[in-house]
Structures are given as structure tokens and as C-alpha cells.
Design a protein around this ligand. Sequence first.
Ligand code: ADP
Ligand code: ZN
Length: 656
Amino acid sequence: LTYLPPLESELLERGTSVLVPLGKRYTQGVVLGPAPVASEFKLKPIQKLADERVLLPSAYVAWAEWLSNYYMFPVGQVLESMFPPLKKQGRKRKSNRSAPVGVHAEVSTPPSLTQEQQAVLASIKAKSGFGVHLLHGVTGSGKTEVYLNLLADWRAQGKQGLLLVPEISLTPQLIDRFSARFHDEVAVLHSHLTEREKTDQWWSMVEGNRNILIGARSALFCPLANLGGIIVDEEHEPSFKQDEKLKYHARDGAVRLSQILDIPIVLGSATPSLESWHNAQSGKYHLHSMTKRVHGGELPSIEIVDLRAQYRERKETPSDLPFWLSERLYEEIGLTLERQDQVALFLNRRGLAQTAQCHGCGHVAECPNCSVTLTLHRKSHLVCHYCDYSERLVENCPTCHEFPLEALGLGTEKLENDIRELFPGARVARADRDEVQSRAELETLISDMESHKIDLLIGTQMIAKGLDFPKLNLVGLVLADVGFHWPDFRASERSFQLLTQMGGRAGRKGDGKVIVQTYDPAHPSIVYAIRNDYEGFAAQELQERRDLLYPPSWRMAMIRVQAAENALGEQVSQMVVDRAHALQNQFAELYGDNLVVLGPAEAPLHKLRGKFRYQIMVKGRESAKLRQFLKHLMGDEKWVARGAKVQVDTDPFQMM
Ligand code: ADP
Ligand code: ZN
């Protein structure tokens, strides 16, 4: 929007917060600069400067404009997320909550670095200004120690540092490790803080009272004028991508911000995303590798149990064990518990059973709002994992009224029940979204694992990430196949990452064991994970992506259409595709060979929370042309008026 300056001839600086008239009221805004063209309308003046809001550094204004442009989202809303939720001068009330950053950390002296750590640090520091460093280091190779050293280096230059981590790994364990080195310099930002806490942490960084910010993806929006560098840990984690509103990827956003600020950025992972790996191969990113575990020892051995063979065997000779548990895994659980070590079992499926089905007519319990089957919980509750709809399991099949509905498949709740029967002496805990809903519950669970109040932990992938328990020596993946068949071009990559990350959980001392049960032992994700061969996996997966014109070879955007009525969704998505094809023909030289438009297709989750969903996939040889095309396409707003929602997701992660 365009306004007149408060005083004639007074040019306001870019990034200044102001109050402007909008309709009948006043609203807060940020100055983007002089209007490029003279307005035809009579302009109103900016009324008065909004007090208290800081001047946004111009780099952040430029970054907001880039985000807005790249992810096709209003710049005003991007800028809004750079301010704290509350006013600065809140009344300081006594709270029972513990402070966001604990003070119980022991002050630690840094260890002397390994050769690999020294080499990596030296080569990162050798390059001044902007540069993207991909740190590929096996689990336990000491990446975190590298981060600590980099942050210390930036602090020594009088600058601030930012460390982004996935929300789930933002635990007291992690924060303590940084507070032990940097004391009260550490601030944290994540979604579980109160608005007051967020506001206080935000100001402590912006005013320089604290100088190291550790946070989940949203911490990237804290405007730090004096940033020395950014680190993104577990850079492959899908949770860095936001799937709604501003559909940004925090890693990619961080890379762009570093470029604007002309500072280094380090992306760390044991299993880098193929996007980052591709960029390292092409020379766009600098690759640094750490291949040895600090405390020596091999990576845990991964042993495969072929469930197909087991199924055939048990047809001949029935077993007393539950169908999901192999003799091999059962035996190792027993031995590990006997040695008083800990066990973790993973299954990426919550609940008692995948669903309930009538074995007479085949009826399956489905959610009335979403096109998914309901999951059985607590023996009689059918729950939708997308919209939370629930109903009681009825005695008789609602379709044929002849037979009962029976549990089908497997969930973590069933696992827990079976394990408690098989190992009555073991202290068992379950970690999934049903059991662990708050951060406090997660922290209790972690400390119970650390203090060995738990012998056997059962969980979804939620617990496969970043946690580090010295007594955890056996990890069982109950059914590796769960992720193989998702309708998602990243399904294999995710499975490989999960297998490798899980391996990293077991036996950080070097004597851990991982047992993977699967119906598909020849799946590449498994074959390469067993060999700890990230590079081999990446090479073959990249070839496949290249052949199918998927990212990272080509770029992708997903256009999503949502409507309350199915026919409308179908009609509008067809209009979008027709228009896309027309544009491609009209500007054949620009778009002809450089773009592929696929669809419209029903989304795999066709119906979600009562809305019908369609998607159109657009693949582009290069980012700039793809974006230009999407702008062109979305600039035509014919379909918006019809009551359907049409949205673009740049570099999508959510394919369902
Ligand atoms: P990663 O982040 O790569 O999984 P960490 O940084 O957590 O690895 O290191 C694994 C373990 O080794 C941690 O317990 C850490 O404290 C320890 N460690 C890291 N670097 C050193 C070092 N140079 N000397 C001694 N111990 C180290
Ligand atoms: Zn539902």
C-alpha cells in the first residue's frame, strides 16, 4: 500500500514501523521504501510512528520480500512474523513454569578436538563471507562440538549466532549442552513457549543481552542485525518445511538470509537431504565429511528379519509369539533386558490396529470427513488421525450386519499390550502422539530413559530423532515397510533416513544392535542402510529423480485446490490446468520444454476435514522460469471468485 510521509519531504527508512490509516481504523505497517510509480489516487499520510517497534534491519526487509516472492505469500504477513507476539513492557508476573533456558548446566571445558573436527572447522573458517557448508557426519562423529566451536568463533568476533534444530530435538538435554559452554548467553525460541516468554527471548536477542539463539524453524524470523553465522542441524528434517500459510522451508530460507547478510551457513546431517547433497555435488555447497565416531567403535550392525519367510514358517509350525514379533527380535529383547540395558521398538503407526474391517463383506471403518480409514484405539474407539473424528466400534458390521468388525494391522498400542504380556518384569513406556502430547511429557520421558526408569520404550518415529541414551543398546524396527509405499517421491529417502537415524540411536558406545523386520529386504533403502552407504544410496536415488524429472534435478511446485463440493473442486482444478496449458502454448519458447504440468489429480487424501482436494503438479527445469510461470498463472484470478481455494506450494514436502 502507498502512503504519504508524515512530514512532507521526510523520507522514512526502509524497515521503519509505522501506523497507517486503513479504512476506518489504524493499523501497523512497515516501510518498504518509496513507491515505484506515482499513485493515481489521493494518498493519505502515515499518521505517527508506532512506538516501541524496532527498525527492521534492511537485510531482513529484503529477505521478507524474497520469501514473499518465492513462496507467493503476502509480504505484510511475512513481515508480521518478524515481531514478537506481545508488547515489550509486560507486567512481570511470577510464573510456576521453569525458565526457557535452565541454569542447572555445569560449566564445561571444551574437549580437545578430533582431527576430523579440526579439519572441518579450519576449512569452514577459511572461507569468509557467504558460503554454504554441508557437514555430512555419521551419528556420534561430533557435529555438535563443531557447532559449539563455530558459535564460539562468531562470539569472539563480537557477533551473534543462530542454531536451528527440529522442534522435537529442542530438549533440555540439547539446551544444557549449549548453556554449559555459553552460560546465560543462550536464548531459545520454539512453539511451546508462552507469548510472554517468546517476547522476552526475542528482545533479549534483538537488544544483545543474549547472543546465541537456539530455536525451531520460526526462530529464523528473529531479526538479528549482527549475525555472524547460521547453523541448521538435521537439515534433512521435513519439519523445517511449514505446510500452511507461508509455506517456507527454514533451511532454504536460512541459506537465502545468509546470502543477503553475507555470512556463512552450516547445514549438518548424518543423512543430508538429496537437495543439499545435489548442491554439494555440483559445487554450489562446500562438502565437509566426518566419517568416524568420536568414541570409536563401529556403527551398530543392522540385522534384517525377512517377515515373508517367517509367515511361511509359522503356517507350518505355529508360534506362541504375536504375529508382528520374530523369534530373533524376541530373543534379543530378552538378552538385552537381562543385561540391564535398554530397548526401543519403533513402529510408525499409532493405535491398537490400523483399522477395523468386516471379514464377511470387507467393510472398512472410514472417516466421514476425510478419505482415510479410522484407527482403532483402546479396544473400542475408532479415531481419525487427521481430523480427530471418533466413533465407538459397533458390534455388528454397519454394512452387512452379519459379522463383527475385527482389528486389522498393527499399531503402537497393540505392541505395548503384547510386550507387557511377554515381558511382565520390564518397565515399559510408550511414546507417540497419544501418550506424549506436551513438551513436559516428552521431557519426563527423556529423563526417565536417562535415569533408567524405563527398560523398554515403544514409539513412533517421534522418538527416533536426535535422542541419545547411553544404555540403549537394542533398537527394533517392527515393520520397516510402513514408509516404502507412500505416494511421495521422497518415500525411499525418508525410509533410508529413518533407518540410519535409528541405527544411530543404538549403542552410542559402539556395541549396539539394530534389528529391522520387513517384507521387502531387497528395498534399496534397506540395502544401503545396512551397509551404511549414504553415498551409494544418494547416487542411485538421484539417478531415479533425474529420470523422472523430480527434485533436486528439476524443481517442483504443487497447486492445491480445495472446495466444499467435489464437483467445484474438480471443475476449478481443471480450469487451472487448461489455463496452464494455454500459457505453455502461448509462450512455447519460454515454457514449452522447460515445464511439465501434471493433473489435475485427486489428492491421495481426497477428502480432508470435509473439504475435497485436488492437486496439480508443476515441474520446471529451473527455478526462475517455474516461478515466472506460476506468477503468470496465479495472476489470473478467474477461479478464485468461484469459492474454491487455490494455493501454490513451492518446493512441496507434503504430497498427500
Ligand atoms: P553428533 O552430533 O555428530 O551425533 P556429538 O557432537 O553429539 O555427535 O558427539 C558425540 C559424543 O562425543 C558426545 O557425547 C560428545 O560430547 C562427544 N564428543 C564430541 N567431540 C568430542 C571430542 N573432541 N572429544 C571428546 N568427546 C567428544
Ligand atoms: Zn477425519
